[in-house]
Ligand binder design. Structure first.
Ligand code: ATP
Length: 431
């Protein structure tokens, strides 16, 4: 086998007339008399390779990994205008029988089967596009926040208490103690604001021991968490979220045109996000749709109706629902000055589904201790968090976005598991 520098398929047009080495997977192979056609795929695309005589005698299974050496020639027969006349072909790793036919425009097997054979299903162009977009989404998000003066932080996922006070947490033995898997970086991101960073963000897994198996919940998901110090009000937090999302979607548009085309999705407009209080939303559901809502929240059906209403009225895929009551928000949420039964908090709905919770936080230590007590929580169980408010904590607020949830809505996927390479749900611990 000759060894020379590998050329990527996307670069082939620059090498017409030259001999190159390509490496990748065999997407398809077909015989036409003495000539064989091998469609080769690498991470940048596909190319037709023409096999003659002895290479054509080789028995090659699709999805095997091969190296091909040959001359690139112009052709009108292929979409990218080039093909490779193969001189030498080497099989680097043979593929065995495939559990399903992957190289079709639309794979016709169930989601479970696709997830069970993830290494194979991820090779499909459309499935692969989901994760290329996800990667660019995170990159755009990071780029915007970094230029806005945010520091990326990394906080522990093994913790001694759950951020919301104990529900839906995974517990395990940590040497001679009990520990939890973090449900959210909430306490730590606030502490990092107070530690002098002022503006922080984290992109990391969080864990929810939710027992229901729904199409929009995972037991492990990636949370895009943001916390901002020295805010005047919760409006500033919502505006920051609007701006980071606007930038991020634009970034994806610029960096993933082919993937967006393939999945036939449009970039949302985020010039202005309509706002509605929870009370207004619940009233609207009752008056216009005769739908009742749970105490202090919207249910999945309510979110759907509100999403549709906002789309029809304002043409927006997004809507902020604001001023949730204290009873339905965590103890660290800032009460509203005019009506202390409410909070300066919000959820963001995207295409009729919640993708964010956020709000202003209490920054005064005595007020925070009171709020813990009102919620029936014992402040002495949260001493590290509460103590961090004793050394000067600026007014602050922030939000958390579920990465798989927002990608699912953006790409119109039917199930959140499609937006996770290796999803964890109540039944699934492998692969
Ligand atoms: P939901 O009402 O959808 O169960 P929540 O109110 O429990 O969500 P928060 O704790 O406020 O959610 O989390 C903030 C965001 O994190 C949500 O808006 C969503 O995008 C995401 N999220 C929450 N729980 C899950 C989950 N189990 N799986 C995937 N994403 C989640």
């Amino acid at each position: 086998m000759e060894s020379s520098k590998r050329v990527l398929i996307s670069e082939c047009e620059q090498y017409v007339g030259k001999e190159v080495v390509l490496k990748g997977w065999v997407k398809k192979i077909r015989q036409l008399g003495k000539v064989g056609f091998l469609l080769l795929r690498d991470r940048t695309g596909t190319i037709q390779c023409v096999l003659e005589q002895e290479q054509n005698q080789l028995k090659i299974e699709t999805e095997s990994v091969v190296q091909v050496t040959g001359v690139l020639v112009d052709t009108e027969k292929t979409a990218n205008g080039v093909e490779l006349q193969v001189r030498e072909l080497t099989i680097l790793a043979e593929a065995g029988p495939l559990p399903f036919e992957i190289n079709k425009n639309h794979v016709k097997v169930g989601l479970d089967h696709l997830l069970n054979h993830r290494v194979l299903s991820l090779r499909h162009e459309q499935i692969n596009a989901i994760f290329t977009i996800q990667s660019m989404f995170v990159k755009g998000f990071t780029e915007f926040l970094t230029t806005e003066g945010f520091t990326r932080i990394f906080t522990p996922k093994i913790v001694s208490q759950g951020a919301e006070g104990g529900a839906n947490v995974f517990t395990f033995n940590y040497f001679d103690k009990h520990a939890y898997l973090a449900q959210s970086p909430q306490f730590y991101k606030q502490m990092m604001v107070g530690a002098g960073f002022e503006r922080v963000f984290e992109i990391a897994p969080v864990y929810r021991a939710e027992e229901h198996n729904s199409s929009r919940h995972l037991n492990e998901y990636i949370s895009l968490d943001v916390e901002i110090g020295f805010i005047d009000n919760v409006e500033e937090v919502m505006e920051m979220e609007r701006r980071v999302l606007q930038y991020t979607f634009q970034y994806v548009k610029e960096h993933c045109p082919n993937q967006l085309d393939l999945l036939k999705v449009e970039i949302p407009v985020l010039n202005n996000i309509p706002k509605m209080t929870l009370e207004e939303a619940q009233q609207l559901l009752k008056d216009k749709y005769q739908k009742s809502s749970p105490e202090g929240d919207l249910n999945t059906e309510g979110e759907k109706y509100i999403g549709r209403y906002i789309k029809d009225k304002y043409g927006s895929d997004f809507v902020f629902i604001t001023n949730y009551p204290r009873t339905s928000r965590p103890m660290y949420t800032m009460p509203n000055k005019e009506n202390p039964a409410l909070t300066d908090s919000f959820d963001l709905l995207y295409k009729g589904s919640e993708i964010t919770s956020g709000g202003q936080r209490i920054h005064c230590q005595t007020e925070l201790i009171e709020s813990f007590k009102e919620k029936g929580l014992n402040p002495s169980e949260f001493t590290t968090y509460i103590n961090s408010f004793a050394y000067g904590m600026p007014p602050h607020g922030g939000f958390g976005i579920g990465l798989e949830r927002i990608i699912m809505k953006f790409l119109n996927l039917g199930n959140i598991r499609e937006a996770s390479a290796f999803p964890r749900d109540c039944d699934r611990l492998i692969p």
